[in-house]
Design a protein around this ligand. Structure first.
Ligand code: SF4
Length: 339
C-alpha cells in the first residue's frame, strides 16, 4: 500500500506554501514546524493567510524568537487555541538559545517546549526525512477504515498507531506522512469518502463494510453551557481593553474585561464599576469543552472613574481590528459596533 500511496502523492500532492514538491529535498524546518503547529485543530484554508502573515513578519526562527510577545499573540488572534501561540514563542526562543537550528530527530524535537508527539514526528519526517509514525486526525480516519478497526476512539488509538507503524515505509517517510494527510483531507474524507479514486481501495477492509462507520466513536457527551458577562467600558472614541493573564483560557490575549466565566462559569461575577450598566445582548461561542453564552454589558458613566492602568489600556475604537482580540471578544465588539 505504501508504494501505491506514494505514486498517488507524486501525481496528486496538494501544493502548499510550507511544502516541498514530492521527492524534492525537504523544506525549511522552521516553516514545517510553524505550519504543523498552526494546523493542529485548524483547517488548511484557515491556516494559509496566517502562515503567510507570520513568515512575512518573522521569516526565520531567530526572528520569531526575538519578536515582541504581544505582537505574536495579536497576529495569532482568530486562529484559536492560544496556548499554541505561547508555546510557539517559547519554542522559537529555546531553538534560538541552543544555536538556532531545530534538532533533527523525533526525540530531540520532543524536548522543545510545546512540541507534542504528533508535531515532533511530523517535523522529523517532513523536514528531516526521518522515519516517524505520524498520526493526525486524518491519518487516524484512513487507518481505522483501511483495517476496519471496530474498537471506538479514543481507545482505538493504540491499535491505529500500531497499524500506521506497519504501513510507514523506511524511505520517503515525510512524503508518506503528507500523502496520508492529503488522502484523508481530499479522498478519505469524514463524509462521503471517494473510494473509487482511492489508491488504497484494494487493501481497504472498511470500504467493504461501509467506510463512514469508521473510525467508531464513543458516544458523545453533551457540551456544558457556561454563562458569563463581558464589559464594554467606553469613553469617546475609546474602549477599555485588558490583557488576560498568561495562563488559562485565551491567556495572554488582549480582551474586553469580563467576570471570570472561565474560572467560575456561573455568570455570578461582579460588575467592575458602580454605575449605570445596561445589557446589550449576548454572544455565543463554542470552545472545545463547553459552550459559552456571554452577556455584553455597557457602561454609561456619570463620572469618569480611574481604571487601573496596570490592568488595561484605552484603545481607539476605530483601530479595534488591530487589537488582536480573540474571536469571542471580536464577536462581542461587533455586537456593540452594530448597535
Ligand atoms: Fe478511505 Fe475508501 Fe480509500 Fe478505504 S477505500 S481508505 S475508505 S477512501
Amino acid at each position: 500500500p505504501a508504494a501505491a500511496l506514494l505514486g498517488w502523492y507524486d501525481r496528486q500532492a496538494r501544493v502548499l506554501p510550507w511544502r516541498a514538491a514530492p521527492g524534492q529535498p525537504p523544506p525549511d524546518p522552521y516553516r514545517v514546524w510553524l505550519s504543523e503547529v498552526m494546523l493542529q485543530q485548524t483547517t488548511v484554508a484557515a491556516v494559509q493567510p496566517y502562515f503567510a502573515k507570520f513568515t512575512l513578519a518573522w521569516p526565520t526562527v531567530a526572528a520569531l524568537a526575538a519578536a515582541d510577545e504581544g505582537e505574536v499573540m495579536a497576529a495569532w488572534a482568530g486562529l484559536g487555541y492560544y496556548a499554541r501561540a505561547r508555546n510557539l514563542i517559547a519554542c522559537a526562543r529555546a531553538v534560538a538559545q541552543s544555536g538556532g537550528a531545530f534538532p533533527d530527530t523525533e526525540d530531540g524535537l520532543r524536548q522543545l517546549p510545546g512540541l507534542g508527539a504528533y508535531t515532533a514526528a511530523a517535523v522529523a519526517a517532513i523536514a528531516f526525512g526521518r522515519r516517524a509514525v505520524v498520526v493526525d486526525a486524518n491519518v487516524e480516519r484512513v487507518v481505522a477504515r483501511l483495517y476496519a478497526i471496530a474498537e471506538p476512539l479514543p481507545g482505538a488509538r493504540k491499535a491505529i498507531r500500531a497499524r500506521a507503524d506497519e504501513l510507514t515505509p523506511d524511505e520517503r517517510s515525510g512524503d508518506f506522512a503528507q500523502a496520508m494527510m492529503d488522502l484523508g483531507a481530499t479522498v478519505c474524507t469524514s463524509r462521503a469518502p471517494r473510494c473509487l479514486l482511492c489508491p488504497l481501495a484494494e487493501w481497504c477492509a472498511g470500504r467493504r463494510a461501509g467506510a463512514e462507520r469508521y473510525p467508531v466513536k464513543a458516544a458523545k457527551q453533551a457540551k456544558p453551557l457556561r454563562q458569563g458577562r463581558a464589559f464594554w467600558i467606553a469613553q469617546p472614541g475609546q474602549v477599555w481593553l485588558v490583557r488576560r493573564p498568561g495562563k488559562g483560557m485565551l491567556g495572554g490575549m488582549r480582551a474586553l474585561p469580563d467576570d471570570g466565566w472561565s474560572a467560575r462559569g456561573d455568570g455570578s461575577g461582579q460588575l467592575p464599576l458602580p454605575g449605570n450598566w445596561r445589557s446589550l445582548g449576548t454572544v455565543r461561542h463554542s470552545f472545545t469543552h463547553f459552550d459559552l453564552e456571554l452577556q455584553l454589558m455597557l457602561y454609561s458613566p456619570e463620572d469618569w472613574v480611574s481604571l487601573g492602568a496596570e490592568q488595561g489600556e484605552w484603545w481607539a475604537i476605530d483601530r479595534l481590528a488591530e487589537a488582536g482580540l480573540p474571536t469571542l471578544f471580536a464577536k462581542a465588539a461587533a455586537l456593540v459596533l452594530a448597535s
